[in-house]
Write a protein that binds this ligand. Sequence first.
Ligand code: C2E
Ligand code: MG
Ligand code: MG
Length: 553
Amino acid sequence: MRLNTTSQTRRIIQLVLCCIGSLICLIGITKLGLSRQQIFQIAGFSLPKVSLQGLLSSITMFCCILMVFIHYSHGSKAATFIIFFSLISSTSAIFRSHSLSALPGVISPIVSLTSILIIYHFYKKSTINSYTDLITGLKNRRKFLEELQDRIYSQKEFQIACLEIEDFKQLNDIYGIQVGDYILKECAKELKKSLGKKNSLFKITGAIFTIIFDGECDAEEFLFEAIKPKNFPLPLENDKKSDNHRTTVISFAAGIAKYPEHGTDDKQLFKKADIALAYAKKSSVSKLCTYTEELELAEIKQKEAEALIRESLENDYFYLVYQPQFTIADKKLRGFETLIRCKKPDGSIVSPALFIPAAEKSNLILKIDDYVLKRAMKEFKPVLENKGENYIISINVSAKNIGMEDFSSRVKAIIAETNFPPKCLEIEITEYSLAESLATTIKNINDLRTIGVKIALDDFGTGYTSIAQLMNLPINLLKIDKSLIDNIESNSNIRDLVDSVIYMGHIMNCEVISEGVENEQQIGVLKAHKCDFVQGFVWGKPVSFNDAVNFIN
Ligand code: C2E
Ligand code: MG
Ligand code: MG
C-alpha cells in the first residue's frame, strides 16, 4: 500500500508518539518500584539474561506492531528479521554458555509476533468493514478517495467516472427497499464483471458508483455500453409465486473526469466527475458526459437559476401576464395565453426564457406549472363568471409534467378547487411531450378532454414529430411557431409550407393559430391561407391581468 505524503507523515508522527508513550509507561512502572524483571513478568515475558536485549527487542517489536498498520509487508519483514536475529544471538549464547538460559530472549519476539498477527487479523477485519459498502460488498467512498490519492501520487494518467442508476428513488418507492438493495447488488455484479481487473469499482452512496479507469482503458467506450437501458428481472415476491415475469428497465447516467487534465487533487477530480454526472442526468440527449469547463459554467448558471426559482416561489416574485389571441377573420378575442414572469426585489424582470429551461432540467418545473395553473384559474374564474364563459385561458405545461401518471388528476383537483369551467381551459404542450412518455401523455390528454379541457400543440414546426404521429394526436389546436411565420411574406417556400401545415391541421380536425405575428402583411398572408387565429405583437403584447380584463370589455 502506497500512502500519500500527508497521511505518511501523520502516521509517522503517530508512531513516534506511541513509542514515546510506551517508554513513558515503562518509566512510570519502574517508578512504582518494580524491577525490570517484575515488569517483564507482568508483561508475560521472562527476563532474558541480558535484560537490555529483552527490553530492546520488546520495544522493537512494539514498533513492529505499529509498523504493521503503516505498511504490513515492511512491518512483517522487520518482525521476521528481528526473530531471526534473536534466534541467532540466543543460539550463539546457548552454545557459548552451554546452558538454555538464553532462550527467553527468543520467546519475547515470538510472543510479540503472535500478538502482531492477532491484532493484525482484527485490524484487517475492522478495516475491511470500514472500507466496504455493506449492501454491494464493493469498496466504499473512503476507499475510493484513498485509491484516488494513490493514483494521483503515482502521477500517471487515468480517468474516473461517477455512475448513477436513473430514477432509483422511484424504483425504491415502487418495489420497496429490499428490491432496491437487490437492484444495487445486481448492478454492482454486472459492472464488476465487465470492468476487468485493472479498473476499480466503488459504491459511493445511494445509487452512485464510481470507477477508476486504468490509463490505457477507454472509459467512454466502456461506459457507452454499460449505461444503456437494460431489461432487469426482479426477484419473485414470496406471496406471489406465479408472478414470474416481473422486470424493470434499469439505465445509468455517467460523468467522466480525467487526471491530470481536469484536476490534480482527489476532491477536485471527484467534483468534476460529479458535475459531468449532474449534466448527464439532466440531459435528454446523452446520458454520458465528459467534464468540460463550459459544462461547469452551465452547471453554475443552472444552480443560480434553480436558486432564483426557489426564492421566487417562496417570496412570490412570480406573476402572470396574458397575451391575447384573436380570430383572424374578424379580430374577435379568442382568449389569452398565460405567460410567467419573475420580478426580482431590485425591480428587474427575468424572462421565462432564462429560467424555464433550467426549471425543466430539474423538478422545479412541476412547481412552476402548478403555480401557473392555480393562479391563472383563480384570477380568471370571477372574470368568466361576470363576462360569460366564452374565452379560452391557455396555459403552458412542460413535457415532464404531462408525461406524469397523476397529471390529469392534479389538473382536475385545481379545476375543482378554483371552480374553473373546464371548457375555458386549454393546456399547451410541445412536441417534446410526445418524445418523453407518449403513452402517459396521450392518456392524460384523453382524460382531460373528456371533461372539456382543450389541448394545443405549441411551437409546431420546431420539433420532429412525424406526420403519422401527429395524425393520431387528440389535440384541438395547432400553434405554428414564430420561426415559420417570420419570413412568410418574403419566402414563398415557407409560405407554401405554412399553407400545408394549416391544411394538415384542418384535416386533423384541429383549429390553427399562428404565433409571433408581428405585422399586417403576415396577417394578410395567414388570412389568405385560412389560418383560424393569430397571436402576436401586431394585435396584442402580453399584458397584466387588469389590462387583459380590459380587452374583454
Ligand atoms: P411560448 O409558449 O411559445 O410563448 C410565446 C412566446 O413568444 C412568449 O415569450 C411571447 O411573449 C412571445 N411572443 C408572442 N408574440 C410575439 C411576437 O410577436 N414577437 C416576439 N418576438 N415574441 C412574441 P415568453 O413570454 O418570453 O415565453 C417564452 C417561452 O417560455 C414560452 O414560449 C414558453 O415555452 C415558456 N413559458 C412562458 N410562460 C410559461 C409558463 O407559465 N409555464 C411554462 N411551462 N412555460 C412557460
Ligand atoms: Mg406557449
Ligand atoms: Mg410557442
